[in-house]
Design a protein around this ligand. Structure first.
Ligand code: OAD
Length: 295
């Protein structure tokens, strides 16, 4: 992948974003990293990935907050932006709990069956495996994910908070029994539990509460981490989008990995690494390993 590091010296932040948008729209570079070291000459400018590696290699309590973007390279479309799911279907008609309760058959046919087909095929990509490697290196503790695809666990992370639940399980609307999605018979839509109740994914629909334990633990991990890596989220959906603010308010260093700026980028990110997680993470890992190997 083409990679370019651009120093927008002495330019206002908003103008940097404007330039980036033009570069991206003209497909000049697939992956652009902006650096904000305004007072340094270009030849002394540190590569932001090297700088992120310095921070991460010396961290003991790093936490990651991930969103749909980290799974794009695994073939799972995001919700917002180009190719996003919510461009094609209205989330209020298919992803709101009221829509499901009104017409579970339509929601199963339009959204859930399609999700199952896509998620069944998906495998972890270097974005996920990079986070698992950071756990093995003793740097990363918890992954807070908004994703329901289970790819962090498949990659090898052992402490994953599934903020919006998990697609791996279905739950009965009547008796609350949980059944693995892989064991659900889809011959009849919507599928039913053995008690006769309708099954729903064990995910959080719009209009529902975040599971209290996931919310409490996420807030705690955010408040106590030294570094938060925010990867592949548009940071548009609360309360997940509030976690980086909790981290920042408690002194954490915020590293953001995303090909596009987000509402966090200009407000609280200490180090935005602009690019796909699948391409940034391997480079970051290599730089972290080099630091750990040198005495
Ligand atoms: P979004 O679809 O809102 O945002 C995806 C983000 O990933 C965007 O900021 C993209 O720029 C970025 N992105 C795209 N490709 C990427 C790549 N290769 N590497 C890294 N980043 C990339 O997804 P979320 O922020 O996760 O909730 O959305 C949050 C919640 O909104 C979801 O959990 C879901 C949705 O509605 C519910 O369904 C309750």
């Amino acid at each position: 992948m083409a990679y370019k590091s651009i120093n927008f010296r002495n330019l206002p932040f908003g103008f940097c974003h404007f330039l980036l948008t033009i570069l991206n729209s003209r497909r000049i570079e697939k992956c652009v990293t902006i650096t904000y070291f305004f007072n340094k000459a270009p030849h002394t400018m540190p590569d932001p990935i090297e700088r992120a590696a310095d921070i991460i290699a010396s961290a003991k309590r790093a936490v990651a907050l991930t969103g749909a973007g980290i799974s794009v390279a695994s073939g799972i479309p995001p919700f917002r932006g180009k190719g996003g799911l919510w461009e094609k279907i209205d989330p209020m008609k298919v992803a709101h709990i009221d829509a499901f309760l009104d017409d579970p058959e339509t929601v199963w046919n339009v959204l859930i069956k399609e999700m199952k087909t896509v998620l069944d095929k998906a495998r972890p990509n270097p974005g996920h495996t990079g986070l698992a490697d950071l756990e093995r290196l003793g740097i990363l503790g918890t992954v807070i994910t908004q994703n329901v695809d289970g790819l962090h666990q498949k990659a090898g992370n052992s402490d994953v908070i599934e903020f919006h639940g998990s697609f791996a399980w279905q739950r009965c609307l009547d008796c609350n029994r949980r059944i693995e999605t892989s064991r659900v018979d889809l011959a009849q839509i919507p599928p039913h539990c053995r008690c006769g109740g309708i099954l729903r994914p064990d995910c959080v629909f719009f209009g529902e509460m975040i599971p209290p334990e996931a919310l409490d633990r996420s807030q705690h991990m955010s408040a106590t981490c030294e570094v938060m890596m925010v990867i592949g989220t548009s940071a548009m959906v609360q309360p997940a989008a509030g976690m980086p603010f909790i981290a920042k308010d408690n002194g954490a260093f915020i590293i953001e990995i995303n090909p596009e700026p987000t509402p966090l980028t200009s407000r609280i990110s200490n180090l935005p690494l602009l690019g796909g997680a699948e391409s940034i993470m391997p480079r970051l890992l290599q730089a972290v390993r080099q630091r750990l190997a040198s005495p």
